[in-house]
Every structure is written in structure tokens, then in C-alpha cells.
Design a protein around this ligand. Sequence first.
Ligand code: SF4
Ligand code: SF4
Length: 432
Amino acid sequence: MKLLTFRGGIHPDDKKEQTSGVPIVELKPDEFMVFPMSQHIGAPCAPCVEVGDYVKMYQKIGEAQGFVSANIFSSVSGTVTAIEPRAVASGQKVLSVVIQNDFKDEKEDVKPLPADASIADIALAAGAVGMGGATFPTHVKLSPPKDKPVDTVIINGSECEPYLTSDHRVLLERGEEVAGGLDLVLKKLGVKRGFIAIENNKADAAENMRKICEKYPDIEVVNLKTKYPQGSEKQLINAVTGREVPSGGLPADVGVIVLNVDSATVLYNAAKYGTPLTSRIVTVAGSAIKEPKNFRARLGMSAQSLIDAAGGFVCKPGKVIFGGPMMGMAVSDTDLPIIKGTGSILCLSEEEATLPESMACIRCGRCVSACPIHLLPLNFCNYAEVRDWDSCKKYNILDCIECGSCSYVCPSKRHIVQSIRLAKQALREQKK
Ligand code: SF4
Ligand code: SF4
């Protein structure tokens, strides 16, 4: 079978066996649910409820502000007890609506939009965002400019980060919704070419999707070589279509839209039932977790509740990460809300989490071969050490996707990604 791929990349131990064979478990929500008004790239929402209001499940509690923003809906029924800044995984405090759950799940009377509604309107009404972690509002993606016609839509089923298996389980357990979501997008946009791209370490998911897609002549399930960062949009587009997204460009520049697996199910359910995005699948795994699992968690729940549901810790965690081990965010507190972009909570043992000591560069070039964007990572490390931000910019550091492949392969254990993040931050401040 033909395996599609891109140039560069790495092959870390995927450690997916912890949870890939375990069915998704539905979780009971918490008593107090926290909804940060910024769960997406773009302008934060404005709360549209007040303290003391009774809210229903599926009721809008955060109104999108401007085009690049996404509505937020309550995942429970209950009473608003606070609207105040609360900590989120990024380390910032974000204005949040806190709801005391009455555990009645009284639902707002939701209805699908009329049959002639555009796919962008359906996405906007559902508060859909990219659920692979990028959290870019889906209605923006689904509104390509007229001068950039789209001819291909790809569902990103690569899930290339170690430990993560939430998309894998969705493809196995809710494949009809994934295929139905893609079919809907194709029909609404008038596009004739849809792909569901799956890495070959998820052969059961690919087989399941192939069977389901027999009834969709415009959808093809394609196999990707298992390689990190295959799930990065530019690498995925290159592997599936052979097209190169230009430096600083977007998928629409090459006529492609990429959607996450779970985002496709959100569109399907929004179009069919009118239900908005109020829950998601979260992998809870890592060497410090007793019973690693995938959960369907309501948005607003505390990460600690998911850790408890996974049996708690077997040892003191050295690091807790929201997201994957390569690109996720380390957090110092586990009482943080699950939001639209939270695909996993990883709890690593002290041994696994400790960064090795960095040594001098031996100019072996391995970081250059591994870089999927064809950059020169060793230079960024050297320039950042002497705070030469202009040279970093000259060598296109802003194209770096912070995938961490360079750090992973470096025999001298240089902290390359950390240097890159530092340089990018300095350049952002310079620009301001
Ligand atoms: S992989 Fe590490 S040691 Fe080798 S060239 Fe890159 S930074 Fe230097
Ligand atoms: S330079 Fe950036 S894009 Fe290239 S391997 Fe390193 S982190 Fe990934």
C-alpha cells in the first residue's frame, strides 16, 4: 500500500498503546464549570450572561467579537456564580464565566439552520474551532477568498504526537460523523475531492473509514507514513496533494482546506441537530497516570477531574502537559478548565520529564535533515545565544512551526526549540 509522506521529520516512540485500544468513556461534569471567554485564535468573546442568571445546556454564554472569533456555549444547565479572570493552560488569566451545575442538563431548544445555510454559518453557529490544538475559528477557514478557489478538503487523521489517541478513537467509534461532516463540507463548498488522511499506525481506523466511505464517491481514505510532524498542515498538504504552501502562506493559497477529525463531527452534529460544540475527546495518559484513557469531557470541566477519573497518579509527576509532549504546554496547576483545544493531558514521571544537560554543537547537521520546513535550526540556537534577532529573522525563523524535531534528534541535546521561542518572542516585541 502506498504511504504518503513529506521530507524531513522524525520517528519518536509513539507510546499510543496506553490508550489506543481503550474505548472512549463519557464523564460526568463537575459541580462548578469554568468557561474562559478566549478558547480560540482571535478576539475573545464577550460574556452574554450575568451573575445570577439561570442558563441551559447549549445556551450561548460568550458572543464572538468580530470575524476571527468563535461563540462559546454552556455544556451544563445551572446558575452563573461568577464572571471573573481565571487561570488557563497558557499561564494567563482569562475572563471566564463560572456556572454552578444543577445536574439537570436542561437543554436550550436548538434547531439546525435552514437547509440552504452556508457551511461557514453552520460552523459559526456551533462555535466550531480547529480542535487539533490550533483553535482557529472554523467558519473563517470555510470562507476562502473568492480569488483562492478551493478544490480539496482534507480531514487530518494523522495524530502524529506521541501518546495522543483521541482522533484514533473518534475514527473508530464515530467514523460516520467524521465522513458525514466531510461530505457536508464538500457539498456546501461544491468541492469534488475529499481525503481522510490517516497514519499507518492506525490501520484499524483506516479500515473502518474505508468501509464507511464506500457510499461517498468523492471521499478517499489515504494512508500516511507514521512520521512526526505529519499532522502539521503544511506537511499534510504536501504529503496528500504534493503542493507546497508558500512561506507565510495559508492552505487556501494552494486550494486546500484542512479540518481536524473532531471538528468534522462538530459540523455534522451542528448541521443535523443544531447542537453546538460543548464537549470533546481528551486523552489522559503518560507514565505518571494510573489508568490512561480517552474521555468525552464537557468543556469547562477541571483537568484534575479527568486525572482522577483515570485513577490519579502512580508517582509524583515531573511534568503535566496540556497537549502532546512535542508541542504541548507544561502547566503548574491541574485545576484548569478543559477548553475547545484541549486534546490531551499528559502526566510524565520526573525521569521522563527531565531535560538532559545541553552540550556544544558538533555541527553534525541532524537538526537540518529533520527540519520539515527546511530551516537551519543550529543557526537559530547560536544567534539566540548572542541575541542576534535580525539574523534569526533573515534565516526565516518565523516559518518555524516549533515542532521540536530538531531538539529531538540533536546528539548534544541543544535546547533549540526553547531558543527559537525566545527569539520569536523578542521579534514580536520588536515589532510592537
Ligand atoms: S543536531 Fe545539534 S549538534 Fe548537530 S548540528 Fe544541530 S544543533 Fe549542532
Ligand atoms: S527549526 Fe522549527 S520547524 Fe524546524 S525542526 Fe526545529 S522546531 Fe521544527
